[in-house]
Design a protein around this ligand. Sequence first.
Ligand SMILES: [Zn+2]
Length: 311
Amino acid sequence: MEQSPKKIDRREYTLMIVPHHGQKVRSIRIPINTVKYTISLLCLIMIFMVGSFVEYRHTLTLAGTQKAELVVLRQNNDAQVSQIEKLASTTTSLQVDMERLNSLDAEIRRIVNNDDVTNTSRAGLVRPSVSYDGQGGPGMQPNSNNIVNINHIVNDLQSAVKVREQSLAELKQELLAKKARMAVMPSIWPTSGDVTSRFGWRSSPFGGGGDWHPGIDIANSSGTRIVATADGEVIQSEWYGGYGNMIQIDHGNGIRTIYGHNSQNLVQPGQMVKKGQLIAYMGSTGYSTGPHVHYEVRVNGTVVNPTSFLN
Ligand SMILES: [Zn+2]
């Protein structure tokens, strides 16, 4: 199919120039297409300029926003650096605390075991290292390397805390067992006063040479408190010959204690008593020269020196 040739607009604009002094009028003919193209071009230039201006303003606003964001980021970064510094300082101080805790643990173990020589307990087995790779002091500078170090130290501290917790739990069990053993051991004095007769051979207070004394005598004023020297069961509370008012307590493991010459017995056979519990008042009943308590300790029926049990 044959294409019809495009119709060309051949219209023209006539521009008349009229001078002031009667000179010849000049006219300029401009083809209408030229005018159209010029206006189109001008429009394009205008659009481009407006577009560029809008773009420029947009870029300017974006730059402002980014600058503000950068300031916020920098502030956040400063805050984080400060927090890391604080964390490093806290971690260091925690290490010092843990070291102190380790020493305390070891010291308590020494006291419990009466081991005053050197610390050979497990307390010193796992100790958190004060520093990793030669760093970690109070002067630590916060950077990624030190954050790694802080993590190492924190991990170390976590392990150390677990070890310490286990060690203290064991110590608690040992102390409870020791406390239970001590509760039934007659390890305290039955009263206050002066020891007027020791255990064993002595010159008789009643004259006639020496006699063998199966306990210790502690003298004080009449009515002085007498306490059980260990946990146990009262098996005797009565007048018993030369002992006068006497109390006998069974502490288990074959250990018994006897308190004689009391002015008044305050407990009954079958009664359970605790270490330190008031059981009688001091007197001079039975074969006695003055107010005192005659105190005996028997192990499997044999009298022993009570002072060997005293702390
Ligand atoms: Zn006596």
